[in-house]
Design a protein. Sequence first.
Length: 160
Amino acid sequence: MVYSTHEIFEIAIQIERNGAAFYRRASHLAPDKASRTMLASLAKMEDDHEATFIAMRDAASLGGEPRDDEMLGYIRSMADSHVFDTGMDPDAILSGKETIEEILSTAIGLEKESVVYYAALKEVIADEQTRRRLQAIILEEMGHIAELSGRRQAVRGSGG
């Protein structure tokens, strides 16, 4: 299947929607106020990323021929293999029985997957402004990973 620029950005938009829904659900399940606040803040950032991707979808193109056929094939493969199941209910990931450490580990995995997708997407985009916006989102997502990892380490250190 060949994905259009519109479809590639639709996948990114759905990733952000799923992430925001996951963080909202996780914030309701978190055992303490600091964790709830952090998770709610991450949900808001995912909402912001969704808006950015909507703007990119509406304004950007791959700039004619893809920059890298192999990388575009990789993006297609990721979507085809359902690495990101855009039809899934993000709330279904959490049963409500997870520990905060398990929630944080799941969140880290999801953030890592989004970074990989966005990095691949950045490689096929010819428009430099769009590439810079993607890089900013990648850096924010990497910051989420660092924050989540620090929280998880703190939880492990406290025995909770």
